[in-house]
Structures are given as structure tokens and as C-alpha cells.
Write a protein of this length. Structure first.
Ligand code: SF4
Length: 368
């Protein structure tokens, strides 16, 4: 679970529903957004609900939002996303206060790898390979600042789902093996697409002794994947793809590479959030598209493309429940605090972690 006291300065603000109706929350929040516009930038991740996204000055994926924030000259950044995204923004910015409206907005995938576990794994992996061989660590951006710092300290890089292929190629060019965390699926899907066979990949499970691996298995492997996953994207199944293809063969199935290997193999296409958005927007009128990603984004794409049929791949609600925690009520609490010059819920990464994490982010940006 998210540690509420890591890299934060306050706890959850509460505006009880009995003290202010939802309607009055929206009214006051909109007025404050206007009043504070010279001091405050509001960023909204694609997976946020519509009533939160409607407040965003800029929408995007985690990397785009962090990059935008670093070039904007406003002292407060209200990040409507999850904890690791606000940390990334703080790492990439100077002299700004990054605010996460609800501190419980974490990420189940980011919680699946912590620094102590990764340090233990790193030592075991390096003790298992012959002298002179090199393992290069790469972390998906969906992780804590401590892990971003780890790859910076160990000559590795960060990647997003958009640039994973370029970063992994870079890592394997400079080393003999790749250690990829925390998302096994993005690692496996990307490496397979690059031509690395499945039998050259092993999975390190931090809940097992030595990750459930032996020295021999590590020596034979090219890629060591961490046993982590996104609970939202893991919910899609290859059976759902097959059913859509059987019922409606003309429907194009596009999934995010955080989905399992079987789902990605069964789908017509796989790509990052930005890829999915571009593909849906560029398809001709009349197209039918089933998408394997978070439901708020799928619903928004359907609204924005009324001339196409855009549905979720899953009949169940594939909702990121932690993103869902950010609500206009918590935005209002953040706005009120900024107005009083007493900002709350500030996400602040310590200087040493920032130094190495920024180095790893800069490596990634140079490869993108
Ligand atoms: S969709 Fe998955 S990876 Fe993204 S924030 Fe939610 S739990 Fe984390």
C-alpha cells in the first residue's frame, strides 16, 4: 500500500459531503481555478474521471504531463493523477510545489516493487553472473522515486510504454542482460516484439527465495522481468479478444502493452496510451474498435469519436480505482489551501533521490 508519509507534507484534506453539496463544490472550485490561474497549473491524466478532467489545463500521459510541468512558470502544480506521477513532476521541476489532491491515489503496480526488494534482487542477480558480464537495470516510469533513483545510481534508465523499445535496445547494447521492473508484461511484450524469445526471459518473484530463480537460470537468461503488473490491465483476457473477433470480425482490437502476453498476441495492435488515442482518432468513420485499457479513457474516446463505435474490450469495468480517488471535492480543498498560501498535500522528493532519479529520466529523454 502507498505509504502516506513518504515524500508528502500533509494528510488527506476533507470537505465532508454534508457541509457542501457536489454542485457547490464544482461552483466554488471553478471560481477558484479562475482566480488562481496565474499561480496554478492543473494537470490531468487520461484515466481521470470526466468531472476532474474538466478542470485540467493540460491532459496527457504521465510523461507528457511531467515534461509540460517542467517548462511552465507557475509556482503550484496540481496533479490529477497518482502518487508516482506527482513525484516524477517534482523530480523534473525546480522551485515549484507539486500537489496531489488525494494522497491515497497510489498505483498498485508501483507498490509491487520497493527499494529494499530491488536491492536484494540486484545483489543476487549480480552474484549469479560470471565476472565481466553486465546487467543493465531499466524501470518503467510507473514506480516510486526510490526506484528511479536506483536505476540512476546503477547506470540504467527509466522508460515509458511509448519508448520502452528504444530504451531496452540501449540497455542491451551496453550490457549483457536486462533487469526490467516493475511491470513484467510491458517488459515481456516489448522484448518479444524486439525478437527476444520467451525462453530467454525469466521472471523474478520478490515473494520467493532468490526470486524463485537459480544461478543457472539467470546465466541462461537475456532478460530478467520483475513479477509486477497493473491490476487494471491484467483484467483483460485473450478469451475476450477471441469473443469479439468471433462476434464481430471487423472490429479492430487495440490493447495497452501492460496487458498480458496472451492478450497482446491475440489483439490486432498494442501500444501506449498516446498510440491508442492517435489510432482511434485517425481511423475512418464507421470503424469499430475494442480497446483494452482503462475505462475512463475508453469512454472519453467513444464520446470524442461519435462517428465510430468505440467499446471496451472487457464487459467488466476496468477502472483504475486509485486514479478514481481524485475528486472535485479534493481539488477544491487543494485550491482553498493555495489561496490561503498554505498549500497541502505537497509531494516532495529528497535531494539525493532527485539527483539520481533525474539523471535516469534525462537518460530516457535523450533516447526518446
Ligand atoms: S492504470 Fe494500472 S499502472 Fe496505471 S496508475 Fe492505475 S494501477 Fe497504476
Amino acid at each position: 500500500m502507498l505509504d502516506l508519509f513518504e515524500n508528502v507534507t500533509e494528510n488527506l484534506p476533507l470537505i465532508p459531503e454534508e457541509s457542501l453539496s457536489d454542485e457547490d463544490v464544482l461552483k466554488e472550485a471553478l471560481a477558484l481555478k479562475e482566480e488562481l490561474s496565474d499561480r496554478m497549473l492543473i494537470l490531468g491524466h487520461h484515466y481521470q474521471q470526466d468531472d476532474v478532467i474538466s478542470f485540467a489545463d493540460i491532459t496527457g500521459d504521465s510523461l507528457k504531463l511531467a515534461q509540460v510541468a517542467s517548462s511552465v512558470d507557475k509556482p503550484y502544480i496540481v496533479f490529477c493523477g497518482v502518487h508516482f506521477m506527482a513525484e516524477t513532476t517534482d523530480i523534473l521541476t525546480t522551485n515549484k510545489k507539486v500537489i496531489l489532491p488525494d494522497l491515497r491515489a497510489g498505483c498498485s503496480m508501483a507498490d509491487m516493487a520497493n527499494r529494499a526488494e530491488v536491492d536484494t534482487a540486484w545483489k543476487f542477480l549480480n552474484d549469479s553472473i560470471p565476472n565481466g558480464e553486465k546487467i543493465v537495470p531499466v524501470t518503467y516510469i510507473n514506480c516510486t522515486a526510490a526506484l528511479k533513483s536506483f536505476v540512476g545510481e546503477n547506470d540504467g534508465s527509466i522508460c515509458t510504454s511509448s519508448n520502452a523499445e528504444a530504451v531496452i535496445k540501449w540497455a542491451l547494447d551496453k550490457g549483457d542482460k536486462l533487469m526490467f521492473f516493475p511491470d513484467q508484461h510491458l517488459g515481456r511484450n516489448t522484448c518479444f516484439k524486439m525478437g527476444i524469445p520467451l525462453d530467454e526471459m525469466v521472471t523474478y518473484d520478490p515473494n520467493k527465495v532468490n526470486g524463485g530463480l537459480t544461478k543457472e537460470k539467470i546465466q541462461r537468461a537475456k532478460v530478467i522481468l520483475w513479477y509486477g503488473y497493473c491490476s487494471v490491465h491484467q483484467g483483460f483476457t485473450a478469451g475476450q479478444v477471441r469473443k469479439i473477433k468471433k462476434d464481430s470480425p471487423e472490429t479492430r482490437v487495440i490493447v495497452h502493452p501492460e496487458c498480458s502476453f496472451e492478450v497482446v498476441q491475440a489483439a490486432d495492435e498494442a501500444g501506449s496510451t498516446a498510440y491508442i488515442i492517435n489510432r482511434v482518432n485517425e481511423m475512418p468513420a464507421g470503424s469499430k474498435i475494442a480497446i483494452g485499457t482503462e475505462i475512463n479513457l475508453v469512454n472519453r474516446l467513444a464520446q470524442e469519436n461519435p462517428d465510430k463505435t468505440v467499446i471496451s474490450l472487457s464487459p467488466y469495468q476496468c477502472l483504475c480505482t486509485t486514479m478514481y480517488r481524485v475528486r472535485p471535492r479534493w481539488l477544491l480543498a487543494s485550491f482553498r489551501a493555495i489561496k490561503q498560501n498554505r498549500p497541502i498535500n505537497i509531494i516532495q522528493v529528497d535531494p539525493q533521490t532527485t539527483q539520481y532519479a533525474r539523471k535516469a529520466l534525462e537518460t530516457m529523454l535523450s533516447l526518446s
